[in-house]
Design a binder for this molecule. Structure first.
Ligand code: ZN
Length: 165
């Protein structure tokens, strides 16, 4: 008769995963200039190219998989290789045997979700720069360049979507 607030089944898998080095920990430990931007999201400098600015988005999915995306175009395999990890390290232990995800031959000419995530990444970078300025840090040339790059990337996304008339 006691009211139960906890969701049935929630907790155990999560707690077990947390007791070990989770994929997200393994990845974040190896990256430079990591900034958390949401409970399950970070940005960092991409290890796979000469990245002085944070081009890499990192996200932890609900199932503890780590999703990596370099907005300069590096592939997940290159990023993982640069971290001395392999693709299996992006998956929690019980999913390590995943091989060849069958995405099939379907090709989309333009991935709107991908483009919007890129724009969200650029907005996050812009926010972090504004926050730094707000704290009294000087707006340096690198930050100005980074803002210009954000504008450029959003513009590219718009163009790729066929939105420029
Ligand atoms: Zn990269």
């Amino acid at each position: 008769m006691t009211p139960q607030k906890s969701r049935p089944g929630a907790g155990t898998a999560y707690d077990n995963a947390r007791s070990n080095d989770t994929p997200i920990d393994a990845v974040l430990h190896r990256l430079d200039r990591v900034k958390r931007t949401a409970p399950d999201k970070w940005i960092a400098c991409c290890p796979a190219h000469d990245d002085k600015r944070p081009s890499l988005s990192i996200r932890e999915a609900d199932d503890h998989r780590v999703l990596l995306k370099c907005w300069s175009g590096c592939g997940a395999a290159e990023i993982v290789g640069a971290l001395n990890l392999d693709m299996a390290d992006l998956f929690p232990g019980d999913r390590r045997s995943l091989s060849g995800h069958g995405t099939g031959p379907m090709r989309r000419p333009f991935d709107y979700r991908d483009a919007l995530q890129g724009i969200a990444h650029e907005a996050t970078v812009a926010r972090l720069i504004v926050e730094a300025v707000n704290r009294g840090e000087a707006m340096d040339a690198e930050s100005l360049d980074r803002l210009a790059l954000a504008e450029e990337r959003i513009d590219d996304a718009l163009r790729a979507a066929g939105g420029v008339q």
